[in-house]
Design a protein around this ligand. Structure first.
Ligand code: HEM
Length: 369
């Protein structure tokens, strides 16, 4: 077996660890709605740790894996291995501090990996991603120090927002730079970062400023990201652009709701703010990038079929119902919205796996004369 194939197979268990967090996390989220679904015996972790499973177990593990692929040094895989092990401890019902310790250690290793990348390529997008990784680590340390998840959430939001914006900046590198792009980005990041830091000391002003920062970041993405231009293309670029622009809309809405309804505590408004960001923004980004990211992790060609629009559209419809249900206190609308969004994630997995399995095999090489 050649080294490439061995590496690819070696990544599959890490991918599966991330995926098991996704399934347990969403299942726990549905039970928390509440929906009357069975849970594994004596295992309330799927409900209690719904947020950490989604953010650290699923997204953290997958982002750590994606970053380790293509970088020299096997030690970089320690990040997704540790967070994946922490997630597995949560999914299997382990109590105590072990899940937190493993996840926090994994995020510390991940931050070191991003610093290494900054050293190799000291440009704005690597700095942004490293700042995102640091926010994740800081949030996990606060969580370990027994801060409530609602106070840790802004740090997790920063982890994902900065990572995604860094990724978009990287992908927009090849277009003609605008004079205003860099200064306006730093203004938006400055407001966002100041809000984040403030949340640790004065919750409400900090969260309001963070919300304004999210709106400014959306404005920057809407104006300077290549997504708007890619909409005029066809097939995969157009699909990606549609999902990205939908996600930017959710980022603006969650920023607006956060600025309006701070403080983050619990309940319907909390639900609307969190899920317009985590499901609306982050999952739209995942849906947009999945046709290139999963193949990159597994070292195969990108995949695309027009069927991919079905999970993007279902997610948008589900989320509109959920947020409308949250804001109008309609329990039924919220429940149906959450079920549709969960189905959208399931459909995404089915569409992606079937696109992998059904893709045409590469043309056979002609034998040399
Ligand atoms: C359709 C799928 C989902 C369902 C049914 C769901 C359900 C829920 C529910 C019912 C809550 C409690 C809200 C409250 O306190 O009133 C919640 C909280 C939360 N959700 Fe989700 N959720 C889903 C997807 C996600 C995703 C994709 C993420 C992250 C990527 C996420 C992250 C969180 C976080 C961080 C919290 C706060 C947890 C806490 O305060 O303990 N959720 N979710």
């Amino acid at each position: 077996m050649n080294a490439n194939v061995r590496n690819r197979i070696g990544r599959v268990p890490l991918l599966l660890l991330g995926m098991s967090s996704l399934v347990a996390g969403i299942w726990g989220g549905l039970v928390r709605l509440p929906l009357n679904l069975p849970l594994p015996a004596n295992n309330a972790n799927w409900i209690t740790f719904h947020g950490p499973l989604m953010v650290c177990g699923f997204l953290g593990t997958l982002i750590g894996l994606e970053r380790a692929v293509g970088l020299p040094g096997r030690w970089m895989y320690a990040a997704p291995l540790l967070t994946g092990a922490g997630a597995l401890a949560m999914v299997s019902g382990m109590m105590g501090h072990w899940p937190l310790i493993l996840i926090t250690l994994g995020s510390a290793v991940f931050w070191i990996v991003t610093l290494r990348v900054v050293k190799m390529q000291p440009v704005p997008f690597t700095w942004l991603m490293s700042a995102g990784a640091f926010a994740w680590l800081a949030g996990n340390v606060l969580w370990w120090a027994d801060w409530p998840v609602s106070r840790v959430v802004p740090w997790w939001i920063a982890f994902l927002a900065l990572t995604i914006i860094g990724e978009r900046l990287d992908l927009s590198r090849f277009q003609r730079p605008s004079r205003w792009s860099a200064p306006l980005l730093w203004v938006a990041i400055g407001v966002f970062g100041a809000g984040l830091l403030l949340t640790a000391f004065v919750q409400i002003p900090g969260e309001r400023l963070l919300g304004v920062g999210m709106i400014l970041l959306t404005g920057w993405l809407a104006r300077f990201d290549i997504a708007r231009r890619s909409l005029r293309q066809t097939a995969l670029p157009r699909f990606m652009a549609s999902a990205l622009l939908a996600g930017y809309g959710w980022l603006a809405l969650s920023g607006l709701l956060l600025a309006w309804f701070s403080p983050l505590t619990s309940g319907l408004r909390y639900d609307a703010i969190l899920h317009s960001f985590f499901l609306g923004f982050v999952f739209s980004m995942i849906f947009a990038h999945a046709p290139v990211i999963f193949p990159a992790v597994l070292m195969v060609m990108p995949i695309y079929t027009p069927r991919f629009y079905s999970h993007v559209i279902l997610l948008q419809v589900g989320l509109i119902c959920r947020v409308a249900g949250d804001l109008s206190t309609s329990v039924a609308l919220r429940k149906w919205g959450a079920i549709l969004a969960a189905l959208a994630v399931a459909l995404f997995l089915v569409n992606t796996v079937s696109a992998f399995l059904l893709r045409p095999s590469p043309p056979a090489r002609k034998p040399k004369p």
